[in-house]
Design a protein around this ligand. Structure first.
Ligand code: MOS
Length: 700
């Protein structure tokens, strides 16, 4: 007989449970996509376009096919036909057109990886070259207003009379900020092993969403979703780049179909800079108008960014400006230009990360102009309700985060004068910025099973991309069932499991957790009806949150945070070091403090990297980003990370979901770059408005 103590009796949620798959990972038994090795496996080596715009005139595969072990060379001329895709990036090898340098134009399949790579090198592709245009400029004649920005927001908003308010303002900040293109580089690059069995396709794939890869890839091959299975129990990071299927997974499936053998395709580090999306560069003009005491009367945020010729991806850069601060007059705009570049895509906090760099830098400039402490300025401009929708916030603890951070960081004694503190030969300064990230939630399904041995299995096609999702769901299930987490086994990472939304938008725990809670509640009820008697084959129930999630929102829901940075700048060389970072977050209930801290600290580290290092440099003549490896695309290394601390304040918000959680995966990066840039200004008196904060931008 299985006796459930019932909800509330156990409290795994809130405890620092070790990752349930931790031992598997540290002993190397956890299998990642590239490690699957079905019989008859062969290797794919893609060929990338050597021009930025034009057409493939001819492909000569003779030399490639003569190499030993080469099985096939595939290009638009002989590739299997795919059904049209909504995302044209997925229509691989379907046309002669080349939309950007590095786009896949062919693939070679061979018995060994070495043979495949060598054959790909020998494949001769001739092009009709056309002139390319790869330069983002705010005054580009091709700028247009997209229908909406990612994922479904209006491109422009306007309230009041911003122009009149600017003209009448006592203090005006009017500055242009820019952020560069940035490329996602998760530790595990994208990889797929594609296996066909008749009309069935199995993809061992490194993805943030097994269900969505299945649903998007199946129709390309004319298959019902049920014929495709996506298996991804472990994923080594994604940060958005694996949030939606892109060309590599389709190329692997297509190559396997053509070759009649299982195919393994691993995106190389170099290819990560061409085919998996990136953060669009942005140019952002911010205008703030305030009275002398710093009360904002108007905020205008105009964004210019890019997309490719073949797909419109418009990042929602100005959306946080719509809800952060009170101001009766406000305008936000997004303009996009289509260039001969790869399609940008999601990268951790798309929109909020670059947008809040500009907005929070401008706030700091306004504080300086008004002679007001930057925290006090933000407190003075707290809105009572969401300035855009008028809805009440279900919880908004920005000010609490600022105050708590100020206390911990030692903000009270701060001398606001810039460029006056020399410590150990370094110019030292501190800066602050706000963070925010919206609360999203999507429908998912889950099943819960009571087994005769007194243990439980919960199944859901959720993804653990390194976040600790498997562990968090185990805790949530255990508490709902009222049993210790050791009795619960959570199975995730397989599209054969109940359909789930993707690991993206910081909504995994909220979306999957809701389905897990409902399934476990239903199981509790089913067991009660049977007086706890579990038959030999167990008791299984399932839940679907499609009806529960959706509907009209009664509250504005966002996570908030405050970022504090202390920097030291070498006055001779301009070298900047982040001496201290502190993030204070208000993100609902924290399910697991250990994995949550890791999420926050990881995001903050990525934000510091964004502030000082990350920059993909476009070569106008060549028509491509020049840096294609981590020697030239710099990311923060261990030595850069000195003192990074993340804490949170308890938030008890009953309007979110059964767990009371907000997302935590992305907010850590938001605001960090502004906090660093504001600290650099405080240290040196130099305001750097263009990321990253390079030496040449500091030393004049
Ligand atoms: Mo995140 S950039 O929504 O995976």
């Amino acid at each position: 007989m299985t006796t459930l103590a019932g909800p509330g009796a156990a409290s795994s949620v809130g405890s620092a449970l070790d990752r349930v798959e931790g031992l598997e990972k540290v002993t190397g038994r956890a299998k990642y996509a590239y490690e699957y090795a079905p019989d008859d496996l062969v290797y794919a080596a893609p060929v990338q376009a050597g021009i930025a715009r034009g057409e493939v005139r001819a492909v000569d595969a003779d030399a490639a096919l003569k190499l030993p072990g080469v099985i096939a060379a595939i290009w638009y001329g002989n590739a299997p036909r795919l059904a049209p895709a909504e995302n044209a990036e997925l229509s691989v090898l379907q046309s002669r057109r080349v939309a950007y340098r590095g786009q896949y134009v062919a693939v070679v399949v061979a018995e060994t990886l070495e043979n495949a790579v060598e054959a790909a090198r020998l494949l001769r592709v001739d092009y009709d070259v056309e002139e390319h245009d790869v330069e983002l400029r705010a005054d580009h004649p091709g700028m247009y207003r997209p229908e909406r920005v990612n994922p479904v927001y209006p491109a422009d908003t306007e309230q009041g009379d911003p122009d009149a308010a600017l003209a009448a303002a006592e203090v005006v900040v009017d500055e242009v900020y820019s952020t560069p293109a940035e490329h996602n580089n998760p530790m595990e690059p994208h990889a797929t092993v594609a296996v066909w069995d008749g009309d069935g396709l199995t993809l061992y794939d490194s993805t943030q969403g097994a269900t969505s890869v299945r649903d998007i890839v199946a129709p390309l091959f004319g298959l019902p979703p049920g014929n495709v299975r996506v298996v991804s129990p472990h994923v080594g990071g994604g940060f958005g780049s694996k949030g939606t299927p892109l060309s590599p997974v389709v190329l692997a499936a297509l190559a396997a179909k053509h070759a009649g053998r299982p195919v393994k395709l691993a995106v190389t580090r170099s290819q990560m800079f061409s085919v998996i999306g990136y953060r669009t560069p942005t140019i952002q003009r911010i205008r703030l108008g305030a009275d002398a005491r710093g009360h904002l009367g108007v905020i205008v945020h105009d964004v210019f960014e890019q997309s490719s010729r073949i797909r419109e991806f418009a990042e929602q850069t100005a959306t946080p400006t719509r809800m952060m601060y009170a101001a009766p007059n406000r305008r936000t705009t997004h303009r996009l230009v289509r260039l001969d570049v790869p399609t940008p895509s999601w990268m951790r906090a798309p929109g909020e990360a670059p947008g809040m760099f500009a907005l929070e830098s401008a706030l700091d400039e306004l504080a300086f102009a008004c002679g007001i402490d930057p925290i006090e300025l933000r407190v003075r401009n707290e809105p009572e309700t969401d300035p855009e929708s008028g809805l009440p916030f279900s919880s908004r603890n920005l000010v609490a985060c600022m105050r708590e951070g100020a206390r911990r960081f030692g903000w009270a004694d701060r001398d606001p004068a810039p460029g006056v503190r020399l410590r150990d030969g370094l110019l030292v300064g501190t800066g602050v910025a706000a963070s925010t990230y919206p609360v999203y939630r999507r429908p998912s399904k889950a099943s819960a099973t009571a087994l005769a041995d007194g243990t439980f299995t919960v199944r859901i096609a959720a993804m653990d991309i390194g976040t600790g999702a498997r562990t968090a769901l185990t805790q949530i299930a255990a508490d709902t069932l009222g049993v210790p987490p050791g009795l619960v086994r959570v199975e995730i990472g397989d599209s054969a499991l109940p359909d789930a939304s993707l690991a993206g938008g910081s909504m995994g725990t909220a979306s999957w957790g809701t389905a897990v809670v409902r399934a476990c509640e239903a199981l509790t009820g089913a067991l009660r009806e049977r007086d706890g008697q579990v038959p030999p084959d167990g008791v299984e129930v399932s839940a679907d949150t499609a009806r529960e999630i959706g509907g009209e929102r009664r509250f504005a829901q966002h996570a908030f945070g405050a970022q504090f940075a202390e920097v030291g700048v070498d006055p001779a060389t301009g070298e900047t070091r982040v001496l201290r970072l502190l993030g204070v977050f208000a993100a609902g209930r924290i399910v697991n403090p250990k994995t949550a801290r890791s999420q926050f600290v990881g995001g903050m580290t990525m934000g510091m990297s964004m502030a000082l290092l990350e920059e993909s440099v476009m070569d106008r003549e060549f028509g491509d980003y020049l840096n294609h490896d981590l020697a030239q695309y710099h990311v923060a290394a261990c030595a850069d990370v000195r003192d990074v601390e993340a804490v949170w304040i308890e938030e008890d918000d009953p309007h979110l979901n059964p767990m009371g959680t907000k997302g935590i995966g992305e907010i850590g990066i938001v605001g960090t770059a502004a906090a660093v840039a504001n600290a650099v200004h405080h240290a040196t008196g130099v305001r750097v408005r263009d990321l990253p904060i390079r030496i040449d931008r500091l030393v004049r």
